[in-house]
Ligand binder design. Structure first.
Ligand SMILES: [Zn+2]
Ligand SMILES: [Zn+2]
Ligand SMILES: [Zn+2]
Ligand SMILES: [Zn+2]
Ligand SMILES: [Zn+2]
Ligand SMILES: [Zn+2]
Ligand SMILES: [Zn+2]
Length: 1792
């Protein structure tokens, strides 16, 4: 069949495709520079670039519609066997603790939710692999069970057909040649280092006009210079703005390079050298900037998009993908494959290119095992070279080719091949050895002294990443390991290389003891431990490998011995103790010229191997000849013993002149992550040697090395150079070591224990120190790469878990397990030990037990170690015991120590345990018991000293009565040992009976002893208790002063008690029969009580009636917590002080901590504090510090509780006291609402008419003209009172009142206002009215949100705050100019009573203020409060009247409540009258039922009237027939529900204004109708809503509704969007998903809004208030805010800081999703972190997701956050954290 001709565009391609490359180049030569021409628009460029790529698709398919053909290919593929989805940065990944073969096996979110692991123990992490991570779903090598999710579990559907065979032959052929050409081209263009001109084949310079402007400066990325350095340099070099600089820096960091200048070559040269200038002489590296030809840049950029195109193409078909693998990985002629070329050139590419290549490997090569293996082999072949380039490169690992190792070295089948055939282990280690070479000293040991740490030290640090690869390889190849000949050979070679590395570490960082002066330079020690930490898992894995084959094991053991033989120290001396003489190594630890090193990896390797040797084989066995002839056991013992002696000497403070380095080393030596392969191995080696060596020699070696042999040598001990104290400590440490050698067996291969028992013992000893949370436990347990810790199941066996809802859960030890506590546990440091002993003794005490801590019987030795037991009865041991006990009994002995006795007792107990164990096993010789009864000392000396011959047993008995044994626990221990001795001595006869019982018989004896001792102790305790109480009382006083936070808690408690008492009082003092009435003519007489205060500063008492002014520290803050963000305010609604918009977009909230101070005392305190802070600020120039408080804003801290405050609120006397309401005259009582309205309307009309004539308060004059009888009655009421009683404020008081007015005003305006200009400010009054209204409204919301009744449940400080604010708002009128308040009053009345002006020129003033706000846009509650405080000015021009709760207030409430109900009726009415009021009991419907029955008629009437009103109101806005008119009942219920918050606020206001106590019923929760009834009675308004609507009122309402603007709203159909729905719901924080990983996932999809969708945000941050996601802490989203950062010329702040200003008036709450952390921001540059409200099953949060346990929303914690926000606690919380850090926090919060 004749082949069809093939075309590229319109060029025909030859049969053999030989002209394809030419054709492509001919096209690209002109088209590529054209498509990247900077003169085109971005859109044009994109179009042209796309065309170039589509041409390639068209070529492959030979079709004009390539996508349909490609999609067909895709459809023909087998369903994917595994997911392999590339994981985005920041997206959640899931791994299964039960089933994943290693932690690198992860699932994507979709697969996880479809997988079986959901019910397992899984972990969640945030993917940070930078796009190199893949979902392992379906990979059978990755999972023990359930390898695929339900979506990918389709293995059986696969056709097993070769994917390439499925590909049409012609497409396959074309794909092959095209991929070859394209990939080759990309590599050539991208790797090219010549930037002046393009490849000659692509050079079009002759054709195009050679412009001189065709060069650019390309800035390159490195990971050394900071953003700021780069930006600063660019600002100078290319004269860009800071914003542009930020953009360049961001791009260069993300992409790896960016052009920063285009122009002629000469300019480029100048700029490039300006950029490349060194920052300082010590600069490690210059900022690189290349000069590149534009055409070169264009071709490189195009090559990058070709790679993307290629990646996309491969996804279409498995067949094409395999073609790609073949092309990319086969050798080309004699040269290596393209993949190898690319890998080896990795560091020559810029970041984006590297990542694109890696991406291509992932999609192209890693999808099937054959190709992945092939790739892995190629990679391993060049492993060394790739690493060599990577470590010298200045990019992070994530941007390097080495990042793929986690993909290839974790696959079992691949790794086995690599190790067996390609020597992977050796390859990896050789790579490290190559770099370590230059760090070796003359003895061949690594040395990193500080002076040598230079830039190439980083290289050595980076090469250690290779140890991770080794770990992957060793652990992945382990399952099903087969030892073929090749495998053995390769492994042994690898192991030898490993030992080569170890022999470079053996003896590293040897230390000499400083004895006279302190060390000058702390030596470097970190590197050795870093290698140790990194190789820790490798060692454990290598041991595992060795243990699986005896032949290998023996071979390896010999190799280690070969290394050790070289280390022999041959100098010896003879030591004799108890007539045994031993040749000991001379070396003295801590001697003046001896160096001791902690690093003995070779010895420790041997110790590890020891445990796996077969039965009967040991160091001395012939298998290891002749090596064991060239060194003996003593040589083996020497080095680990030195380290343990060093440890003892450090404990004895002998090394204190050596500084911190030695302390750090000792710490890490025993640190949980290191000790398994360090300290533990040293102990094991000593144990192994003890089992083989002559016991006497063993102990003498120890004595000698501890330098204490002399004590046991002479008759009269000579204390060489060491003091008695030192000697005592060293003997302690020596005995401790003996106890450990004899007692510690919880290691597999050492004692007969299981893995679980080992873990349980660790847990027991951790919990013996204290209770612990799950995470702390997890952190402190050792990890083993071979085995799971099984923390869960093990901890359940030994501990109880307790958790309360609010706090994290804690484990505590079960009582059964306490008996297993051993105070000499070898993983305890000294402080752990004493903490644990104290804790356990306390527990024993509380359970009435004695103080001895019994020593548990250890498990049996493994047979290899069993011979250690001979130590107990050897001469030297018995002699030691005898001597040390003898010391305690002897009259004169310098070495008398109870701690020695304690340890000796411990040793004896172990010996007795041993006898007993032997006995139970059938050996009834009771070796130790007999020896102890018959041993009388080695010489006669001691007996002579004691005048008698005593056995050890005798000495024990003598100790009981020795005056030198005073310590209670030791006495108890002594008793315990004696009893136990007896019981073991008799065990011979009981053995048979006891054989089944494993518990120590001593425990029973113990109980009896305990009972006897108990009484004695109780008596003693009673005596000491009374002493203690006195002492505690003293301490408490001091404590309170010291710890204010704690005081705060105490006082809270006291406060609530106080409140309980006072609220009880309120109720009881009431008249039982009549409910109180707060307003109107029938006002209940107020409840007067004298306020007493104690000034917290001078402790002087004071009452409200004194001359001295009392103030409270108050915090005034702008707030938006009530804002209706869901309601979009109509455009143009204006915020004025008098008319608060209905959406409550912003307000001013006031709070106080409730601590009274004299105004004069406070002034002194404040001046002092300001002076101090100023001095501190001056000192602070040395370090960047946050000011503790902002002096400019008048901030200070409460001297008692350290709450932050910015004002002082004066305490004013009660309004009633100020202006007592007098008995109302009869004439006044006749004023009806109708009359009252008539008068006010007249006044308003008159006022408006004459406004132009008389500017200032025209009412009184006009009123006189009106001459209305009713009016004069009203006037009479006020005049009468005023005339009788005008109290004048004291000068100090009015000063403080003015000050507070200004403080509030300043916060509202956001600027400091000077007193002089501000008093003239007309908004001063309205600001106070507003904050009063707002604070009450917030309080009502808080109570509602907490589900608490209106009264009696506020804290005292909240109650106090409202009371003082209300008093202040009414009385502050006395300092405000009467005329201004009068004007406000007039405006408010006109807005309420007059119809909306129809002619624009009429009523100009109202128009100005209300121009855009109609009834729908105003918050009626604020309106009411303003009117209440403004109205009195209407009636008196001469005096300053204040509201008292008279008829005026009553009628105002009546009218405004009906206005509010009109708003409600204009909103939507829920069809089912389910009450939206929170916490309303569900029984409401049934509760109202009976009432309805009895009042059926009136109810019906009322409802009908309501409907009529409803219809009239709707008619007035032009809606004659509302579409869905509610039923009368619905309407009534809804109105009651919806108006209730308003009424509750009113009740709070008037209760505080009038001091009439609230009815008791309001102290409890009730149904809305009931609550409505109670409040209406209390406030003297009609009981039914319908009664509010008398004709005159309806008239007013209809007036308001016929407002044109209201009509417009409804006619335009925008309704109800713009109407705030009532009742106002309590604002909540954003609803968060229950599963935290969902949140991570949605955050990972969030793209930085400023990076054109190209980049995910690194710190996605969720505003918890409005739900907006932000790109925080990133240059890309910074915003300029001039003046925000005081003292800095840089005005840019982070996205979150900026959002906080917009969203929360500066105080805002965010969730940093990836950090799993809440951040509070407040004010300028202040903030603090809190844990996110997500916890794991143990109730713990997980900041930074370090543990990875699945997290779920903790509703309690989230509710607390909500309350913190709603109660305006953010600023306070942040201030506390600033104080707690004393301003040392260096965090630059504005960057967030
Ligand atoms: Zn997946
Ligand atoms: Zn899947
Ligand atoms: Zn699982
Ligand atoms: Zn005072
Ligand atoms: Zn306070
Ligand atoms: Zn951003
Ligand atoms: Zn927000």
């Amino acid at each position: 069949m004749e082949e069809m001709p093939v075309y590229f565009g319109d060029v025909q391609i030859s049969q053999d495709y030989s002209n394809l490359k030419q054709t492509l180049y001919a096209k690209w030569k002109d088209a590529v520079p054209g498509a990247y021409n900077q003169e085109l628009t971005a859109q044009q460029r994109e179009q042209q670039q796309k065309k170039l790529l589509t041409a390639l698709d068209k070529f492959i398919t030979q079709s004009d519609d390539p996508s349909s053909i490609l999609n067909n290919l895709k459809a023909a593929d087998d369903p994917p066997l595994y997911c392999g989805r590339a994981l985005r940065n920041g997206e959640p990944t899931y791994s299964c603790r039960d089933c994943a073969l290693d932690p690198t096996c992860v699932l994507c979110m979709q697969c996880f939710h479809l997988s079986g692991h959901k019910t397992h123990k899984y972990r969640v992490e945030i993917n940070t692999s930078g796009g190199s991570g893949y979902c392992d779903c379906g990979d059978v090598d990755a999972w023990k069970t359930a390898p695929a999710c339900s979506q990918h579990d389709k293995a059986n559907l696969a056709t097993k057909q070769d994917p390439e065979a499925r590909l049409p032959e012609d497409i396959k052929r074309r794909a092959e040649v095209l991929i070859d050409v394209v990939l080759q081209h990309c590599y050539t263009v991208l790797v090219r280092q010549e930037y002046n001109r393009p490849l000659s084949e692509l050079d079009n310079s002759s054709a195009s006009k050679t412009s001189s402007n065709c060069f650019c400066v390309m800035l390159l990325n490195d990971e050394i210079h900071t953003y700021d350095q780069v930006i600063e340099r660019l600002e100078k070099a290319v004269h860009c703005t800071r914003k542009e600089g930020v953009e360049y820096a961001t791009t260069v960091d993300r992409e790896g390079r960016t052009p920063v200048y285009r122009g002629p070559r000469s300019n480029c040269q100048k700029i490039s050298s300006a950029i490349q200038e060194k920052f300082s002489s010590s600069d490690k590296k210059i900022l690189e900037a290349l000069i590149m030809h534009e055409t070169v840049v264009a071709h490189q950029e195009f090559a990058l998009s070709l790679l993307r195109w290629l990646e996309h193409l491969l996804e279409y078909s498995d067949g094409v993908r395999r073609v790609f693998c073949r092309v990319a990985m086969s050798p080309r002629g004699n040269t290596q494959s393209l993949v190898e070329d690319i890998l080896l050139s990795d560091t020559l590419f810029w970041k984006a290119t590297r990542q694109q290549f890696h991406q291509l490997f992932m999609t192209g090569v890693f999808k099937d095992v054959e190709n992945k293996t092939l790739f892995a082999i190629l990679f391993t072949k060049h492993y060394g070279a790739i690493y060599e380039k990577f470590v010298r490169d200045d990019h992070y690992r994530i941007a390097s080719a080495t990042v793929v190792t986690v993909q290839i070295y974790t696959v079992t089948t691949i790794v086995k091949v690599l190790i067996e055939k390609h020597h992977l282990i050796e390859v990896i280690l050789r790579t490290i050895l190559k770099e370590s070479e230059k760090w070796k000293n003359e003895r061949g040991i690594l040395s990193f002294q500080r002076r040598r740490i230079a830039k190439d030290y980083d290289i050595f640090k980076k090469v250690q990443f290779a140890l991770n690869d080794l770990k992957y390889a060793l652990s992945s190849a382990l399952p099903g390991l087969q030892w073929s000949t090749d495998m053995k050979k390769s492994f042994l070679a690898g192991f030898s290389t490993f030992l080569e590395l170890f022999s470079q570490i053996q003896g590293m960082d040897g230390m000499k003891r400083f004895t006279t002066q302190h060390i000058e330079i702390e030596p470097e020690w970190e590197t050795a431990f870093n290698i140790q930490l990194k190789s820790h898992d490798c060692i454990a894995l290598l041991l595992r490998w060795c243990s699986s084959n005896t032949e290998i094991l023996f071979d390896v053991y010999s190799t280690v011995l070969q290394h050790l033989v070289k280390l022999r120290d041959v100098s010896t001396c003879q030591i004799t103790v108890a007539q045994h003489t031993v040749d000991c190594c001379m070396f003295e630890v801590g001697g003046t010229e001896s160096y001791t090193s902690i690093h003995l990896p070779l010895h420790r390797m041997l110790a590890g191997l020891n445990n796996y040797l077969p039965e009967g084989v040991n160091f001395l066995s012939p298998q290891f000849a002749p090596l064991n002839k060239r060194m003996d056991l003593a040589d083996l013992l020497e080095y680990p013993l030195r380290v343990l002696v060093l440890l003892a000497q450090v404990q004895a403070d002998m090394w204190k002149r050596n500084g911190y380095s030695i302390l750090n080393q000792i710490y890490y030596y025993q640190f949980v992550k290191c000790r398994q392969e360090m300290y533990d191995r040293d102990i094991q080696l000593l144990q192994a040697i003890a089992a083989l060596m002559d016991p006497n020699s063993f102990i003498i070696h120890l004595l000698h090395k501890f330098n204490i042999a002399s004590v046991f040598q002479q008759e009269e001990p000579l204390f060489s150079s060491l003091s008695v104290k030192l000697m005592t400590t060293l003997i302690d440490e020596f005995l401790h070591l003996l106890i450990i050698i004899l007692g510690e067996r919880y290691v597999e291969g050492v004692g007969e224990v299981t893995r679980d028992e080992i873990i349980q013992r660790e847990i027991i000893h951790l919990l013996a120190i204290n209770r612990m949370s799950h995470s702390d436990l997890d952190k402190n347990l050792p990890e083993d790469p071979n085995l799971e810790t099984n923390l869960e199941s093990n901890v359940q066996k030994v501990a109880e878990f307790q958790r309360t809802a609010a706090s994290k859960g804690m484990y505590s030890l079960t009582d059964e397990c306490r008996s297993q506590f051993n105070s000499c546990f070898y993983h305890y440091n000294k402080s752990d030990q004493s903490k644990a002993e104290d804790y356990q003794r306390l527990h024993r005490k509380n359970s009435g037990l004695d103080q001895a801590l019994p020593i548990p019987s250890p498990p049996r030795w493994c047979s290899r170690y069993a011979a250690i037991s001979k130590l107990y009865t050897c001469d030297v041991m018995l002699y030691l015991i005898h001597t040390l006990l003898g010391n305690m009994v002897a009259k004169r002995s310098k070495l008398k120590s109870e701690s020695h006795t304690e340890r000796v007792l411990h040793l004896i107990t172990l010996a007795l345990h041993n006898d007993k164990q032997a006995c139970l096993a059938g050996d009834k010789s009771l070796a130790f018991v007999k020896a102890a009864q018959s041993y009388y000392g080695a010489s006669d000396y001691h007996s002579a000293r004691l005048n008698e011959r005593f056995s050890i047993h005798d000495l024990l008995n003598k100790c009981v009565s020795s005056p030198h044994v005073t310590h209670e626990p030791i006495k108890d221990l002594l008793q315990y040992v004696l009893k136990y001795f007896v019981s073991v001595a008799e065990v011979e006869f009981e053995a048979a009976a006891q054989s089944s019982k494993t518990a120590s018989p001593a425990d029973d004896l113990f109980q009896q002893q305990a009972a006897r001792d108990r009484q004695r102790r109780l008596n003693k305790a009673a005596k000491s208790r009374s002493k203690l109480l006195d002492k505690m009382a003293k301490m408490q006083r001091k404590f309170l002063l010291d710890s204010k936070d704690l005081f705060e808690e105490c006082s809270n408690e006291a406060e609530s008690q106080l409140k309980a008492a006072s609220s009880l009082m309120d109720i009881s003092s009431l008249d039982d029969t009549a409910d109180p009435v707060a307003l109107g003519l029938h006002q209940t007489p107020s409840h007067s009580h004298v306020d007493n205060f104690v000034c917290i500063l001078c402790q002087g008492a004071s009452t409200i009636n004194d001359d001295s002014t009392i103030v409270y520290a108050a915090l005034i803050q702008r707030s938006s917590v009530l804002s209706r963000k869901d309601t979009q305010a109509p455009e143009g609604t204006s915020v004025t002080m008098l008319f608060t918009p209905a959406d409550l977009r912003s307000g001013v909230f006031t709070s106080t901590c409730g601590h009274p101070m004299h105004a004069s005392c406070w002034k002194r305190y404040h001046e002092n504090a300001v002076a101090k802070e100023q001095a501190r600020a001056q000192r602070a120039f040395l370090g960047w510090r946050i000011p503790l408080f902002d002096i400019e804003k008048g901030e200070f801290y409460c001297p008692l509780c350290e709450s932050i405050a910015n004002a002082v609120l004066p305490v004013l006397p009660s309004v009633q006291k100020f202006q007592p309401s007098l008995p109302v005259s009869a004439s006044v009582s006749e004023v009806t609402l109708t009359d009252w309205l008539k008068v006010l309307t007249q006044l308003s009309n008159a006022g408006v008419a004459s406004a132009a004539v008389e500017e200032h308060c025209p009412f009184p004059d006009l009123a006189r003209q009106a001459a209305d009888t009713v009016f004069s009655q009203l006037m009479g009421l006020y005049d009468y009172i005023a005339a009788l009683n005008e109290t004048v404020l004291s000068e100090e008081m009015s000063g403080m009142v003015t000050k507070y007015l200004l403080s509030t005003y300043s916060v509202f305006k956001g600027v400091k206002v000077s007193p002089l200009e501000a008093l003239e400010e007309k908004d001063l009054g309205p600001v106070i009215w507003n904050t009063t209204a707002y604070t009450i409204q917030v309080t009502e919301h808080l109570l509602r949100s907490d589900g608490k009744p209106l009264f009696g449940h506020l804290t005292q400080r909240e109650e106090m705050c409202i009371m003082l604010l209300v008093r202040f708002a009414s009385i502050c009128r006395k300092v405000l100019p009467q005329s201004v308040v009068g004007l406000h009053c007039k405006t408010l009345l006109q807005g309420l009573l007059l119809p909306h002006p129809t002619q624009p020129n009429q009523f100009r003033e109202i128009l100005d203020i209300m121009s855009n706000n109609c009834i729908l846009d105003i918050d009626v509650w604020h309106y009411l409060v303003s009117l209440v405080f403004a109205l009195p000015s209407l009636f008196a021009s001469r005096t300053h009247l204040i509201p008292t709760g008279s008829v005026n207030e009553q009628y105002l409430l009546h009218v405004l409540l009906s206005l509010h109900m009109t708003q409600i009726m204009l909103g939507s009415i829920p069809s089912e009258s389910k009450s939206p009021v929170v916490n309303q009991p569900s029984s409401s419907a049934t509760a109202t039922q009976p009432e309805e029955d009895t009042n059926m008629d009136t109810e019906e009437d009322n409802s009908c009237k309501l409907i009529q009103v409803y219809m009239r109101i709707h008619a007035s806005i032009g809606i004659v027939k509302p579409q869905s008119a509610p039923s009368a009942r619905q309407l009534q219920t809804h109105i009651i529900n919806a108006s209730l918050p308003f009424l509750r606020c009113a009740a709070l206001l008037f209760a505080n204004l009038t001091d009439v106590p609230a009815p008791p019923a309001l102290h409890a929760l009730s149904d809305p109708p009931e609550e409505y009834a109670i409040i209406s009675r209390y406030l003297a308004i009609p009981a039914s809503p319908s009664e509010l609507f008398i004709d005159e009122v309806v008239e007013i309402l209809v007036n308001k509704c016929s407002d044109m603007r209201v009509q417009q709203r409804f006619s335009q159909g925008r309704w109800p969007l713009m109407v705030v729905e009532y009742p106002l719901k309590v604002n909540t924080l954003v609803k968060l998903p229950s599963d935290f990983s969902e949140l991570i996932n949605s955050a990972s999809l969030f793209m930085c809004p400023n990076s054109m969708g190209s980049d995910e945000s690194r710190t996605p941050t969720l505003c918890l208030i409005c739900g907006e996601m932000l790109c925080s802490q990133s240059y890309c989203c910074q915003v300029e805010m001039p003046g925000f950062r005081s003292g800095s010329k840089d005005n840019s702040i982070g996205a979150a800081s900026h959002h906080a200003i917009k969203c929360g008036n500066g105080s805002c709450m965010f969730l940093r999703v990836r950090q799993c952390q809440v951040v509070l921001l407040s004010g300028h540059n202040k903030g603090c972190f809190l844990p996110a409200p997500y916890v794991d099953d143990y109730g713990e949060s997980d900041v930074q997701l370090k543990r990875g346990n699945p997290l779920h929303l903790c509703s309690t914690a989230y509710r607390d956050l909500h309350r913190l926000w709603l109660s305006h606690g953010i600023q306070q919380r942040v201030a506390r954290s600033v104080i707690a850090s004393s301003g040392h926090l260096l965090a630059e919060w504005f960057h967030l």
